[in-house]
Design a protein around this ligand. Structure first.
Ligand SMILES: Nc1nc2c(ncn2[C@@H]2O[C@H](COP(=O)(O)OP(=O)(O)OP(=O)(O)O)[C@@H](O)[C@H]2O)c(=O)[nH]1
Length: 519
């Protein structure tokens, strides 16, 4: 029987006496935070079988949303790649205090009945040493974050930034040990999907994982262990029981063992780094999204105004058909990044956030509008922004695509533009080893900028002093019209050649790396 007078902040609970009921672990749900528990036996009640518990109801926690939902809709590009979430693993379920069955009513039990019961005892579960196995509370739910190919941004985690795993089940016992007793149910693992390429860090702390491959996962909060069960026995029987099991309750402090351990709560920072083999860069309106749509099945937004692309779009490039059966090995992922403008590395335009998404690419494709006012200057502007953000980007193999040659202005200047662009840069191969695909996948930063320097990038500041002419020339310059499908195959050939070059140099690098490791 449970009577609940309705007062907003506190409840007066009258519980049916059962001392058992009160002492039974797990009876008091941990959803209520008890401020004071007192057993005042009512003097006027006929049998003093009522007790009073004063408690305060904890308000259900509202979902913590750090971001205004309006800004999420209006400015998704500011939030899609970074979020702070709080996760809590489940508490362990409680064990139980049990009595041996023949402890009860042992006054009126005959010798024959006791014998029967002791025979019955042999059906209890026992371990290898013959000791009784007593049920334990269920394990609290773990929290796991995993890379899911179906996710492309962290936006939805801004709406729900708190995750609680379930608690383990209590041992469902009525206080008497029987052979039918089961362990409390283990709570399921709470699995949170994030896009491939998400870096998981403790909030303002250490890096936990880089979920760079589909299916990569990390356990971020371990569920609490379930409590154990103990047998309560009168003093004179304890010694005998100890021969049966070590789980005999010795004093009141043993009750702590019965309670399940609480789960852990952690705040995490999730940072998305787009994972792609090829990064498309260029000024707004150069035709990057049109290019992606022309050679992959991606359907990015395309319009003739700048900054149509607000978030990186990914597309899958089919393998090279000339390779026959091996064509699948030459498949690649392309990332169309929002347009860069002068000052992008300082946060102008859509900001520097997008520059960091080039970090994991191996090949860059500069898309230049050949029909623009000054295409060479546009090309230099983009290269300058890359250099100011991370000079290492200029050392990656790249192809320049002079787009819109269907327009007379573009077509007429194609030759002169190609020559001018090929003049910017040098033939020299940089002395430092180039970033390999593996490095590219595993490079990440604690914050923007150059905080994630690889050993080979330590001299980045020095590199910023170099001119554009001191960095390698493009592998190829191709004139195309991605809209009209003019020379698109030639462009594909050059992009695939650049990818192949990366793979070859990566493979060539591998044996020497092994030698260094062996030494
Ligand atoms: N004539 C012509 N127009 C093109 C060509 N390629 C793209 N365009 C047009 O150029 C405009 C911009 O194209 P997008 O693909 O959105 O350009 P973007 O570089 O992705 O632009 P942002 O999203 O601002 O970065 C659109 O109107 C396209 O139709 C081309 O080869 N020829």
């Amino acid at each position: 029987m449970l009577s609940i007078p309705a007062t907003p902040s506190s409840l007066l609970l009258s519980l049916h006496s059962g001392n058992d009921t009160l002492s039974r672990p797990g009876f008091l749900s941990n959803r209520h935070s008890f401020s004071r528990v007192s057993k005042n036996f009512e003097p006027n009640t006929p049998n003093s079988r009522f007790c009073r518990i004063t408690c305060r109801l904890a308000k259900a926690k509202e979902t913590i949303s750090t971001t205004n939902p309006d800004s999420l809709i209006k400015e998704p590009h500011k939030y899609f790649d970074q979020v702070i979430v709080t996760v809590r693993s489940g508490d362990g379920g409680h064990g139980s205090i049990l009595n041996m069955p023949n402890q009860r009513n042992n006054n009126n039990g005959s010798k024959g009945k006791q014998e029967k019961r002791s025979r019955h005892k042999s059906s209890y579960k026992r371990d290898f040493h013959g000791s009784l196995i007593l049920p334990v509370g269920g394990h609290g739910g773990d929290v796991v974050i995993y890379a899911d190919e179906g996710k492309d941004s962290l936006l939805e985690l801004h709406n729900k930034s708190r995750f609680n795993a379930k608690r383990g089940g209590n041992v469902d016992a009525m206080g008497v040990l029987t052979s039918q007793l089961h362990n409390g149910l283990a709570a399921p693992t709470l699995r949170i999907p994030v896009p491939v390429g998400t870096v998981v860090k403790r909030k303002r702390g250490m890096l936990l994982a880089d979920l760079a491959q589909p299916g990569d996962e990390i356990l971020v909060a371990r569920g609490g262990q379930g409590g154990i069960s103990l047998i309560e026995a009168p003093e004179h029987r304890k010694k005998r029981l100890m021969t049966l099991t070590t789980n005999v309750m010795r004093d009141d402090s043993d009750k702590v063992l019965i309670l399940g351990q609480s789960g852990e709560e952690v705040s995490l920072e999730l940072i998305l780094r787009v994972v792609a083999d090829v990064g498309l860069v260029g000024l707004p309106n150069a035709g990057k999204s049109t290019l992606l749509a022309a050679i992959t099945l991606a359907k990015p937004d395309i319009a003739d105004y700048p900054f149509t692309t607000l978030m990186p779009n990914l597309g899958r490039l089919n393998g090279d058909p000339t390779l026959g059966a091996g064509m699948y090995s030459s498949e690649a992922t392309l990332a169309d990044l929002p347009g860069l403008i002068e000052g992008a590395h300082l946060g102008k335009g859509l900001g520097r956030n997008f520059l960091r998404h080039l970090r994991r690419t191996r090949v860059l494709v500069h898309v230049v509008d050949a029909a623009a006012e000054d295409p060479v200057n546009d090309y230099r502007t983009v290269k300058e922004e890359l250099r100011m953000y991370n000079p290492e980007y200029l050392e990656r193999p790249y192809v320049v695509v002079l787009n819109k040659i269907d327009l007379p202005k573009g077509r007429d200047r194609l030759l002169s533009l190609t020559e001018e662009i090929l003049r910017i840069g040098c033939d020299e191969v940089p002395s430092e080893p180039k970033m390999t695909s593996k490095d590219a996948v595993h490079s990440f930063s604690t914050e923007d900028g150059n905080a994630d320097k690889l050993p080979s990038q330590i001299t980045n500041e020095d590199k910023k002093d170099k001119e554009l002419e001191d960095y390698p020339r493009p592998l190829a310059v191709v004139g195309v019209s991605v809209l009209k499908g003019i020379r698109v195959n030639e462009m594909l050939k050059e992009i695939r050649a650049a990818l192949r070059k990366c793979r070859d140099s990566h493979e060539a690098l591998e044996p020497s790396t092994k030698t260094v490791r062996a030494m």
